[in-house]
Design a protein around this ligand. Structure first.
Ligand SMILES: Cc1cc2nc3c(=O)[nH]c(=O)nc-3n(C[C@H](O)[C@H](O)[C@H](O)COP(=O)(O)OP(=O)(O)OC[C@H]3O[C@@H](n4cnc5c(N)ncnc54)[C@H](O)[C@@H]3O)c2cc1C
Length: 381
């Protein structure tokens, strides 16, 4: 396949991509299997990524960012997927950074954003609870005001970066008698926070190196100044307004994975022989690859369109939801078919295709499940 050059890419993006690629190949790729076995990347790699400018490339310079656009962020997701590295939760870091940038008070921005850009702060966003995921308004974690502090109590599960995180954006109820209106985002610095605990990373069927944890808050005292934006009851609306960006990040990594697994499978089927012929010479192989390449291109054009729309502030919720469900399903479907074309080797974890397959499954579940995406799209019809 011809190398893809997205319509939104400038010369600066091309140069940046070269740097990111070299950095990831040198620093991250040798750790890939180790992270998968261990269940998380070491904190020092966050600092290395920070030094390279990978963590907040699209944040303003005055807050420690790179001053670029969303395209710079996209490049890192694409390059990580190209190398089949799913252990690094920089997408969450970027999402939390944008919450703070958009809603934080000036004091909050200066307190947290520069450290997030250097990797000093590793962040999580903690919405999901053992009893509720899709139905966010039903969360039970509560923050009761007591003088200048909130008393935070509750438990969260499936939290990405949960093992490494030292700054956690906790979605909680500051007014449990209300639904959406009672939700606030409380920024919790958890190093040395009394009452906070977490379990070891959960064992998953894919994305095994990305730390996903349960978090427990037992009467943790959080200063009132840590409510994002300084005002209670805004959390649900703050979350909703950032959803297009979050969903597009999932779509971006999905299409990048599709392109990568396809490229590797094309190579494999040209080399591997059966009945004295390359696998590629069988009509079934050719047709499957032709179909997948076509669908990859269609998805890519759509995602590039969404990236451009986001860059000019025009990406709406339903289009982002379309991109999320469509690309994540294509990712799963493509990885599944590519694995089949690898035969028994595709089932072996030493072949990246096996990781592309197992990693792909969760993309249809988190970030709002694909059923929820369709629900949202249907509301706009
Ligand atoms: C690896 C991983 C990482 C994650 N990272 C994070 C994170 O960093 N932070 C965080 O807060 N959460 C995270 N999550 C949680 C994730 O967002 C939730 O799992 C997801 O939102 C679904 O919620 P649930 O698991 O409670 O499923 P449920 O809400 O119980 O849903 C179960 C099924 O019912 C369907 N369903 C639910 N409601 C409807 C409806 N109205 N119409 C039709 N179908 C419906 C769902 O689509 C799903 O198929 C992560 C999950 C995983 C697996």
């Amino acid at each position: 396949m011809n190398a893809h050059q997205s319509s939104w890419m400038t010369e600066d993006h091309v140069m940046y991509r070269d740097g990111v690629r070299k950095f990831l190949e040198t620093e991250f790729l040798p750790q890939r299997e180790h992270w998968v076995e261990q269940g998380y990347p070491e904190k020092e790699y966050w600092k290395k990524a920070g030094e390279m400018g990978l963590l907040c490339p699209d944040l303003p310079v005055e807050y420690g960012g790179g001053g670029g656009d969303f395209g710079f962020d996209v490049i890192t997701y694409e390059e990580l997927m190209r190398l089949c590295i799913s252990s690094f939760g920089n997408g969450i870091q970027s999402i939390v950074a944008h919450y703070i940038l958009r809603y934080g008070t000036e004091e909050q921005k200066l307190r947290w954003l520069p450290g997030m850009a250097t990797g000093e702060f590793i962040t999580s966003i903690a919405m999901t609870e053992p009893g509720t995921g899709s139905d966010l308004q039903s969360i039970k974690t509560s923050a009761a005001r007591d003088g200048d502090e909130y008393v935070l109590t509750g438990s969260k599960t499936f939290i990405t970066n949960g093992y490494n995180a030292n700054l956690i954006c906790v979605v909680c109820k500051t007014d449990p008698s209300e639904g959406a209106k009672g939700v606030s985002l409380l920024m919790c610095e958890v190093d040395d926070l009394n009452g906070f605990s977490r379990n070891k990373p959960l064992k998953k069927i894919g994305m095994k190196g990305q730390d996903t944890c349960e978090l427990f808050f037992d009467e943790c005292r959080i200063p009132v100044g840590n409510v994002l934006g300084g005002e209670e009851g805004q959390g649900f609306y703050q979350l909703m307004a950032q959803l297009p960006r979050e969903r597009l990040i999932i779509a971006v990594s999905a299409i990048a994975a599709v392109e990568a697994v396809l490229e590797q499978t094309i190579e494999y089927t040209k080399e591997r022989k059966a009945f004295n012929k390359p696998l590629m010479s069988f009509q079934n192989t050719k047709f499957k690859l032709a179909e997948m390449a076509t669908e990859a291109k269609i998805s890519r054009v759509f995602v590039d369109h969404c990236i451009e729309q986001l860059m000019v502030g025009n990406l709406d919720n339903e289009t982002a939801s379309m991109a999320k469900w469509w690309c994540s399903e294509k990712q799963f479907d493509t990885a599944h078919q590519c694995l089949q074309l690898h035969g028994g080797y595709g089932y072996m974890m030493e072949y990246p295709v096996a990781h592309y397959f197992t990693d792909s499954r969760v993309q249809m579940i988190y970030g709002g499940s694909n059923e929820i995406m369709k629900e949202l799209i249907s509301r706009s019809l």
